[in-house]
Design a protein around this ligand. Structure first.
Ligand SMILES: [Cu+2]
Length: 162
């Protein structure tokens, strides 16, 4: 996401919009993913399989990919996400609209059916970190809270890839 730092300051909505598209393009380049998985578990059967991010400048937009398995007996839904590293976390999907990759904000979060996995990845569903409060630095980790429809809220560590 180093490309973000080269962009000039725009008004916030326009910056975010542009950054979003930029991130999709940026992430489609094969950067490889980390093998360092962060695994957490709660009684409801919700298991975080992997959580990683990439470096981002302060006051910009970052991205995080969190993959979650629902090993419980019932369907659940990731309703909202918070992190102390940014002002707001949005849940986005990426859609191909006539050859143009676009972000789609998921107002109702991500459904995770019983026995299924929600796999976030570049070019697919992801978490957008809007208004980063400090630089997101490669090699470090930051906290994130996942709120579900049924399962208890889960606090996880997101590893920042270099
Ligand atoms: Cu996005």
């Amino acid at each position: 996401m180093n490309n973000l730092s080269k962009r000039r300051k725009f008004s916030m909505p326009s910056l975010w919009g542009c950054a979003c598209i930029f991130i999709v393009i940026g992430c489609n380049k094969d950067k490889g993913t980390t093998d360092e998985a962060t695994v957490s578990e709660v009684g409801s059967g919700i298991v975080v399989i992997q959580a990683y991010s990439y470096p981002a400048e302060s006051g910009s937009v970052g991205v995080a990919y969190v993959s979650i398995a629902n090993a419980g007996p019932g369907d659940d839904r990731l309703l909202s996400v918070k992190s102390p590293v940014c002002q707001k976390v949005e849940m986005h999907d990426t859609i191909n609209e006539e050859g143009v990759m676009k972000m789609k904000h998921q107002d109702f979060g991500f459904a995770i059916a019983a026995g299924k996995e929600l796999v976030m990845k570049p070019g697919g569903s992801h978490l957008m970190l809007l208004g980063t409060k400090a630089p997101v630095v490669g090699g470090q980790a930051f906290k994130m809270t996942l709120n579900f429809e049924k399962a208890d809220a889960l606090e996880i560590e997101v590893q920042v890839n270099q």
